[in-house]
Design a protein around this ligand. Structure first.
Ligand SMILES: CCOCCOc1ccc(-c2cn(C[C@@H]3NC[C@@H](O)[C@H]3O)nn2)cc1
Length: 447
């Protein structure tokens, strides 16, 4: 038996996001988001699923907090639906929206659970999309107005703020690949969106500091690790490009004040040119207090001429996979965290998402999701290894508390440690919930 022991100040939590769990899409004065529009566009989401009801957490948040209280977590990471605060993106503030999040945060604080608030977890007000969305630099100012209102409104209650969740998903997945809202297929557009997100991030950090808000602010990029299949230069370079796409493109501007040159040149050859305005890079590279990291998977890849955007193909090396088809690759978690530490410094890191899609259902009132528990164990070993290697890990928040709306996969893919019956909205704690509860309580586990 091996005891995997975490530092005594290690924090533990769970994560969710507004569009994925709240429901009540037409209640409380909420405006329309791009995910309402996208999910109701035929063919975009499996089974035509949408977030109208989701987990019903808008009305069931107190029950969800009781579950978190039982779990014993330090943090609850949630996101605010911008359209609940500014239904049209800017202009009139919706007091009912603010009231909802005050009730949520107050209840968390009563239970001794720290709120970690993501300002943007993909649900852009449709009214802003109608004016160009993140391709329009005016959206940067709209976001800044929203963020400033939230900072002032929740001053003293929320002390951990995340500007953007997974800017790669918001930019390239949503505007080049087209798999997420608003569903464009334009590399230049995606590059513009990525840049504007980073400028909005930097401006928000500056405003947070100017306002003297007590607390910490960061952002939460998603990362994956692509390991070269061989030590051939062409395989190494191909994986460097893909890792550059997911990571360097969103880390270098913030931590180094520049885009990675090898990627700039590669994108230029693909016809996409950076459109940087005077002062942008200084704004983007404002020091942050912590880095959120969302890690799920990775694998091996190799060079393949004219394959995809980067002359790269993933190689199925026979790794076990989760039910969404992603490799179970804990080695990649260790590699990406040590890579970040070596390349971007000893920045405090919260793992803001890590978890597995395991679709086991309820049988006799239980969910025997041993594969999820195994995934968590393997990735927490990798995390502890990274701590031993000097990575400045402050906490771990698993994705997700609840099964929820998994974007283009709808409700077919379950990431929760708590099962949700989408017909009755009944919650059922899974076996992994009890394992995680014990690990949180002990701050160690046995392998
Ligand atoms: C090249 C073609 O690709 C098509 C699909 O490509 C992707 C990539 C990545 C994802 C993805 C989903 N998640 C989990 C979420 N993180 C935030 C939270 O909301 C979770 O629900 N992380 N990454 C989905 C689809």
């Amino acid at each position: 038996m091996t005891i995997i022991q975490f530092p005594k100040d290690m924090k533990w939590g769970v994560a969710t996001a507004s569009y994925q769990i709240e429901g009540a899409a037409n209640e409380g004065g909420r405006g329309t988001s791009i995910w309402d529009t996208f999910s109701k566009t035929p063919g975009k989401v499996v089974n035509g699923d949408n977030g109208d009801v989701a987990c019903g957490s808008y009305h069931k948040y107190e029950e969800d907090i009781e579950i978190m209280d039982d779990l014993g977590v330090d943090f609850y990471r949630f996101s605010v639906a911008w359209p609940r605060i500014f239904p049209e993106g800017t202009g009139e503030v919706n007091q009912e929206g603010l009231d909802y999040y005050h009730n949520l945060v107050d209840r968390l604080l009563e239970k001794g659970i720290e709120p970690m608030c993501t300002l943007y977890h993909w649900d852009l007000p449709q009214a802003l999309q109608d004016k160009g969305g993140w391709d329009n630099r005016e959206t940067i100012e709209a976001f800044l107005q929203y963020a400033e209102l939230m900072f002032k409104e929740f001053e003293g209650k929320i002390k951990h703020w995340i500007t953007f969740n997974e800017p790669w998903c918001v930019s390239f997945l949503s505007n080049y690949v087209g798999a997420h809202a608003p569903g464009n297929n334009d590399l230049q557009l995606a590059m513009n969106v990525a840049h504007h997100l980073l400028v909005a991030h930097g401006k928000t950090v500056i405003r947070f500091r100017e306002l003297g808000i007590k607390g910490q602010i960061g952002y939460a990029p998603n990362v994956e690790w692509n390991e070269p299949y061989s030590n051939k230069e062409e395989d190494i370079d191909a994986c460097k490009r893909v890792n550059g796409y997911f990571m360097d493109w969103f880390f270098d501007p913030v931590f180094k004040g520049t885009y990675p040159d090898f990627m700039v040149k590669w994108f230029e050859e693909k016809g996409a040119v950076l459109q940087i305005e005077e002062g942008d890079m200084e704004i983007i590279s404002q020091p942050i207090d912590f880095l959120g990291i969302n890690y799920y998977s990775g694998g091996v890849g190799r060079y393949k001429e004219n394959e995809g955007l980067f002359d790269h193909e993933k190689v199925d090396a026979g790794y076990l996979k989760t039910d969404i088809g992603w490799n179970i690759y804990p080695e990649g978690f260790y590699k990406v965290l040590t890579h970040i530490n070596e390349n971007y410094g000893n920045v405090p890191i919260y793992i803001t998402e890590n978890g597995a899609c395991i679709n086991d259902g309820v049988e006799n009132g239980e969910v025997k999701d041993d594969r999820r528990t195994d995934y968590l164990k393997q990735h927490l070993v990798a995390l502890q290894r990274s701590i031993e290697s000097g990575v400045n890990i402050k906490g771990y928040l698993t994705w997700s508390l609840l099964d929820n709306f998994e974007w283009a996969e709808g409700y077919t893919m379950r990431f929760g440690i708590v099962h949700v019956n989408y017909r009755t909205l009944e919650r059922t704690k899974k076996d992994s919930f009890y394992w995680y509860k014990q690990t949180v309580a002990n701050n160690f586990f046995e392998v």
